[in-house]
Design a protein around this ligand. Structure first.
Ligand SMILES: [Zn+2]
Ligand SMILES: [Zn+2]
Length: 258
């Protein structure tokens, strides 16, 4: 280790004496050189290549039968389970907005890995209604999109608007979810979308109804392509999704239990 590296480690340790470092997934205290605790590192439900771009699951786990939604493809670094489920909960419901950066770095890596051939012009997100924006300290999708854009060295722009509140998605069936978000989103400025290759970022994909609806309106406004990237994909469990079982929902809810 060079002197500069030793000094950097010493400075890091000193900093950690005042601001203890915690695992980004579970929040447990960890040694300064790490960002993830041993437990989480051993249990991260990473999605292994090759990936099914219709649902975002590893092909080995896919049960979607290539059901076509309106986005061109979707990918994610993780499944929504174990340490990731806890981490997303901390991020969204305990207002740990600083988690957006490490999560977005994982999303950006998944985009590099899976959409290497795809050029992107702009990154965007699933918007809140004005009322939601007032009642929440941040929009998880927006924060992740902005941080992902930074990692990918792309601009992040609010291309969509959410016109009215929707019912929380988690207790709805796939068909009801699609109906629930139908007509809810609108493109802000068609000129900003026309001919663009767009990367749509969100925290979690369950049925994909929200991502699909947003991709649909972007394409109707003239987008050349809409690819989706999320932090975690909920696996389907016997007619339900893991997410439904956990009591949370997609990023379309009306405030609290999203
Ligand atoms: Zn941990
Ligand atoms: Zn699939």
């Amino acid at each position: 280790m060079s002197l500069a590296e030793k000094l950097s480690v010493a400075a890091d340790r000193l900093l950690c004496a005042f601001f203890p470092r915690r695992c980004v997934y579970c929040g447990r205290l960890i040694v300064p050189e790490h960002t993830v605790c041993e437990d989480c590192a051993a249990n991260l439900p990473r999605i292994a290549a090759p990936v099914c771009f219709f649902c975002g699951c590893a092909k080995a786990d896919c049960t979607c039968k290539q059901k076509k939604l309106k986005f061109d493809a979707v990918c994610a670094p993780f499944y929504y389970e174990k340490a990731i489920e806890r981490a997303v909960h901390r991020f969204k419901f305990e207002d740990k907005d600083f988690l957006a950066r490490p999560f977005a770095q994982e999303i950006a890596s998944a985009v590099h890995l899976n959409f290497a051939q795809q050029p992107f012009d702009v990154v965007t997100f699933i918007p809140f209604t004005k009322r939601q924006a007032r009642s929440r300290s941040f929009n998880p999708s927006e924060l992740l999109a902005c941080e992902t854009a930074k990692s990918l060295e792309l601009p992040c722009a609010p291309l969509l608007e959410k016109l009215f509140e929707t019912e929380t998605q988690h207790h709805l069936s796939q068909t009801a979810r699609t109906g629930n978000v139908f007509g809810v989103y609108e493109v802000k400025d068609a000129a900003a979308v026309q001919g663009k290759h767009i990367l749509l970022v969100d925290d979690i994909k369950t049925t994909g109804a929200t991502l699909s609806e947003c991709a649909k309106v972007l394409k109707l406004a003239g987008a050349s392509s809409v690819y989706a990237a999320v932090f975690a994909v909920a696996k389907k469990k016997k007619g339900k999704t893991a997410y439904e079982n956990s009591g949370n929902g997609e990023n379309t809810g009306s405030g609290k239990g999203l």
